[in-house]
Design a protein around this ligand. Structure first.
Ligand SMILES: O=P(O)(O)OC[C@H]1O[C@H](OP(=O)(O)OP(=O)(O)O)[C@H](O)[C@@H]1O
Ligand SMILES: O=c1cc[nH]c(=O)[nH]1
Ligand SMILES: [Mg+2]
Length: 209
């Protein structure tokens, strides 16, 4: 279980509590998704490798640290993952952003792909896949597989709320992927929604339905 990280930071837990409330409107919902995304980005980037770099301050030459390699890539799963992108970019402004468009068929609950655009050098980067919701795990697993097929080897998955079923699916399909979870909920209901969850994240972010 060591690559499954469930957040225990009080700020994250508090904000997820407000996010869940049925009376939280789209404006506040968007702000909270972004704020929680930023706090989770901080946690999820904790183990990135560093390298030494020689710099000069106004006072002296010294050795400083910088993130090693080709830095990062961010891949939101459309639509709801978009809500976490700006916050990640504020902390990692040099990251490149790819997009994977998937929606979940309401009857089969299987993911349906409708869009994909990735950085040309995606395989050289640490990739952070973003989606607020991990329910059956079908969407996350397919997005991760897609990235692996493009040669990506270092994948981190960030979600705000997860069902145990989704965590198990991703763990089984992709045991090498680091998973960062804001809150681990109880179960899925008969329609594949997370209980207690927060409803449909995409609809709440964008005011649809
Ligand atoms: O783990 P799963 O069972 O695959 O469910 C999770 C997926 O469902 C939601 O997307 P949705 O299909 O509602 O698309 P949207 O983001 O456009 O609303 C959510 O944002 C995930 O991508
Ligand atoms: O509870 C859920 C399940 C899938 N997608 C959502 O947005 N919410
Ligand atoms: Mg949706």
């Amino acid at each position: 279980m060591s690559n499954i990280h469930v957040m225990d930071h009080p700020l994250i837990q508090h904000k997820i509590g407000v996010l869940r409330k049925v009376e939280t409107g789209s404006k506040e919902f968007r702000e909270l998704v972004s704020e929680i995304g930023m706090l989770m980005c901080y946690e999820a980037t904790r183990n990135l490798p560093l390298e030494d770099v020689e710099i000069e301050t106004p006072v002296a030459k010294t050795t400083a640290k910088q993130i090693a390699g080709k830095t990062l890539g961010i891949v939101p799963i459309l639509r709801a993952g978009l809500g976490m992108v700006d916050a990640m970019l504020q902390l990692v402004p040099t990251a490149k952003v790819g997009h994977i468009g998937l929606y979940r068929d309401p009857d089969t609950l299987n993911p349906v792909e409708y869009y994909c655009k990735l950085p040309y050098d995606v395989s050289e980067r640490d990739i952070f896949v973003l989606d607020p919701m991990l329910a059956t795990g079908g969407s996350a697993s397919e997005a991760i597989q897609f990235l692996k097929d493009k040669g990506v080897t270092r994948i981190h998955f960030l979600c705000l709320i997860a069902a145990p079923e989704g965590v198990e699916r991703v763990r089984k399909d992709h045991p090498d992927v680091e998973m960062y979870i804001g809150a681990l909920d109880e179960k899925l209901n008969d329609h594949g929604y997370i209980v207690p969850g927060l409803g449909d994240a995409g609809d709440r972010l964008f005011g649809t339905k």
